[in-house]
Design a protein around this ligand. Structure first.
Ligand SMILES: [Zn+2]
Length: 297
């Protein structure tokens, strides 16, 4: 019985076997090609499957998605903008497999609940902040998928005091402040010289002032959104993962300060905001949970 997990992220595709003891070395990653994305995705899956009969596949995809139809249209894959039937395509190459699809944020919520920091919680929010920002909302022990599968698009929650245009067509979304592309754009506009999110977080850690300011803005924006969502959901635990979460105090200090200033209701006094321990593996690990659940029927 072979189960696979597939992550369709904003910047790349990743796939790996779902098995006890599977680790980072078993995961294969490729960047999103400019064309023929499905061909590359299929080759990746077949490569990971080897010649085994695949019985279940879990797919974590960047949004938006249509969960019921099994169709995805991730903002960063131009070729799939009109919608790509990923479930049907995967089903064709693995005919006996049960194929399950969920938003990457939902998968992060599932991963934190199964392997991470929210295992002992019933009501929690798990956020992933990297190139894009996504989240899993857990209420009463269940990770909420929403009407169309898109619950968790916290990157488009509004941040008071910000008004930059967002790719979604709105303005002032969290992603326009704290998303990777926005972070890099702002830092460069201030004179920072660098070309990757990794470089930005690393230079912030060693005291680069502009990088620290960029992450400080992101931290404040994240804190404001967390303080907005926490009373709505009545949660006491928020977990923040993804590449940007690994920026150290430059991000976490202003984040904590914004939460402390704005989350003031009595039932929120115990609100904890913690770094994820899943090291960016949240979406793929959550896709693994989907596959395991599918295999159980
Ligand atoms: Zn937006």
């Amino acid at each position: 019985m072979t189960m696979l997990a597939l992550e369709i992220g904003p910047e790349g595709l990743a796939a790996g076997p779902v098995a006890p003891g599977a680790d980072d070395e078993d995961i294969q990653r490729i960047p999103i090609p400019a064309t023929d994305v499905w061909d590359a995705c299929r080759d990746l899956l077949l490569d990971v499957a080897k010649d085994d009969e695949v019985t279940a596949v879990g797919i974590a995809s960047a949004g938006p998605i249509d969960m019921g139809a099994g169709v995805i249209a991730p903002a960063d894959i131009a070729e799939w903008q009109t919608g790509f039937g990923i479930v049907e395509a995967v089903q064709k190459i693995f005919p006996v497999a049960t194929v399950r699809l969920a938003l990457d944020g939902v998968c992060v919520g599932l991963a934190e609940r199964t392997f991470g920091a929210t295992q002992t919680a019933m009501d929690a929010l798990s956020i992933s902040v990297s190139h894009r920002i996504t989240a899993g909302v857990m209420v009463g022990g269940f990770v909420v998928v929403g009407r169309t599968g898109n619950a968790g698009h916290i990157g488009h929650a509004l941040v008071p005091g910000f008004d930059d245009p967002c790719e979604c067509g709105g303005r002032g979304c969290l992603e326009t402040v704290a998303g990777g592309a926005a972070l890099l754009r702002w830092a460069r506009s201030q004179g920072w010289v660098g070309n990757s999110l990794g470089a930005l977080t690393e230079t912030a850690k060693v005291g680069d002032e502009i990088a620290a300011q960029a992450l400080g803005r992101a931290g404040t924006a994240l804190g404001l959104v967390i303080a907005s969502v926490a009373p709505l959901l009545d949660i006491d635990l928020v977990v923040v993962g993804g590449q940007v979460a690994q920026s150290g105090p430059a991000l976490w200090r202003p984040l904590a300060a914004a939460v402390a200033t704005h989350a003031r209701l009595g039932f929120l006094t115990g609100l904890r905001v913690l770094p994820s321990e899943l090291e960016g593996l949240g979406p793929l690990a959550g896709a693994g949970v989907l596959a395991m659940t599918a295999a159980e029927g």
